[in-house]
Design a protein around this ligand. Structure first.
Ligand SMILES: NC(=O)c1ccc[n+]([C@@H]2O[C@H](COP(=O)([O-])OP(=O)(O)OC[C@H]3O[C@@H](n4cnc5c(N)ncnc54)[C@H](O)[C@@H]3O)[C@@H](O)[C@H]2O)c1
Length: 409
């Protein structure tokens, strides 16, 4: 595998990596590499291309690439509902029936052009039709380029939780062009970068040093910087996948902060992104590790510094989220494993605890409840002081307004 750091990212230069999974896929990466995509796809001699995307992504970038595809293959353009709304059974069912009606065959290729949601639902449809047809992912944002495409997990959401219905299905290749990252909204970009910060905490302290150097809360990056950042985050995940291509043993460490994060995301019903929810989850998991005597106060502070000061995820946990709601949501989510409350916990920065042989640690619910309560109390006291500051500022303002009026009179 071609692993080079501090690469000069000239437009058009393509680097070939591998997804490093049990069923690995070639992963092509670079800046402004669209020109070479069609030639790559031609190698697979598809009878038909079904191009799936969101309408705004088609307007932004999709139509150029679609036009080039149309010159070479019979093509069908298919729009999916934006964001998480596409990850539901009715959308999946319509998608699958539509594909059959429009003549999709085992020689066809489905193309997922968009973020993680588009990739997930198209990947699942591809896995189901005729027990599996081919698909290609063109990820267009930070999360999909550095995280979701580096996993063969395809899924839709159920009525009681995320990703409840799915399967493993590998794309024939992934084509990640960082040109698309430029238009990504800041919050969505932060949601992708947070997984990179997570990878540093669970496996590579030197990666955290790099992130501390390059991240800025405004998320301003040159084309070269954003490409290098995405590349480094990809490498940080590949290093973990290399140790566990099945994602069933050591790979579980990638779930750091996610048990709390998934529950927060679920309680927020889509108002908080996956990444921002995980950012709260990582802070709570760090507090838990400190309470258990594994990591220091400074290590916990490093979580807050990177997440809030450097990445800019500094909003407070929504007020309606209580300890009980969070505990109930986590227990409901755990139906998947049918187990007690088990967490990925840091032993030190760059290393996760492994007392039970599977990188998860069973923790007494009373301790978890106490840590969550303390976290929520601190969030609420920050909220009160922010409110008092705001009120003080407004009072000052209104006093000065009165003075102005008085002076005029
Ligand atoms: N399979 C896995 O291992 C895995 C890993 C991570 C995430 N996921 C899944 O991925 C989903 C989250 O992915 P996501 O954050 O990409 O969500 P998403 O697909 O909803 O994308 C987020 C937003 O970014 C927009 N967007 C995408 N590219 C853009 C661009 N170039 N310019 C402007 N806007 C752009 C989308 O329109 C959307 O509004 C979740 O459903 C999650 O479960 C799966």
């Amino acid at each position: 595998m071609d692993i080079i750091k501090n690469t000069k990212w000239s437009p058009g230069k393509v680097i070939e990596l591998s997804s490093e999974l049990e069923k690995p896929s070639p992963f092509y990466f670079g800046y402004d590499i669209e020109e070479k995509f069609v030639a790559q796809l031609e190698k697979y001699t598809p009878d038909k291309i079904f191009f799936f995307t969101e309408p705004h992504l088609f307007e932004l970038y999709g139509k150029d690439i679609y036009k080039k595809l149309e010159e070479k293959f019979p093509c069908n353009l298919e729009f999916v509902p934006p964001g998480e709304k596409c990850k539901y059974f009715p959308v999946l069912e319509e998608m699958c029936e539509n594909l059959i009606a429009k003549g999709a065959s085992k020689k066809s290729i489905l193309l997922a052009f968009g973020g993680g949601t588009v990739g997930n639902v198209v990947g699942l449809a591809a896995g189901l039709i005729y027990r599996g047809i081919r698909f290609v992912e063109i990820p267009t944002n930070m999360t999909s380029q550095t995280d979701s495409t580096l996993s063969n997990k395809q899924a839709v959401n159920g009525k009681t939780g995320k990703n409840h219905f799915g399967l493993y299905h590998a794309p024939i290749f992934i084509w990640a062009d960082t040109k698309y990252l430029k238009s990504e909204p800041v919050c969505s970009r932060r949601s992708g970068i947070i997984e990179g910060i997570k990878n540093g905490f669970i496996s590579d302290p030197s990666f955290l040093d790099y992130l501390e150097g390059v991240l800025n809360p405004e998320n301003h990056f040159s084309d070269d910087e954003i490409t290098e950042l995405a590349y480094r985050i990809i490498l940080s995940k590949l290093e973990i996948l290399k140790r566990d291509p099945s994602e069933k043993h050591y790979g579980i460490v990638l779930e750091y902060g996610h048990t709390f994060g998934h529950a927060i995301e679920w309680l927020e019903e889509g108002k908080l992104s996956h990444g921002e929810s995980v950012s709260f989850g990582m802070k709570i998991a760090a507090e838990l590790a400190r309470e258990m005597g594994f990591i220091s106060h400074e290590d916990v502070e490093r979580h807050y510094y990177l997440i809030e000061n450097k990445l800019g995820f500094n909003r407070l946990l929504p007020e309606h989220i209580t300890t009980e709601k969070l505990m109930d949501a986590m227990i409901a989510d755990n139906k998947k494993t049918g187990e007690d409350l088990r967490f990925v916990i840091l032993e030190r920065i760059g290393q996760c605890c492994d007392p039970e042989g599977d990188y998860l640690i069973t923790i007494d619910p009373q301790l978890v409840r106490r840590i969550i309560t303390n976290f929520i109390e601190r969030q609420n006291s920050k909220r009160s002081s922010q409110t008092s500051e705001m009120l003080g500022w407004k009072t000052k303002q209104s006093h000065s307004d009165v003075q102005v009026v008085t002076t005029r009179n």
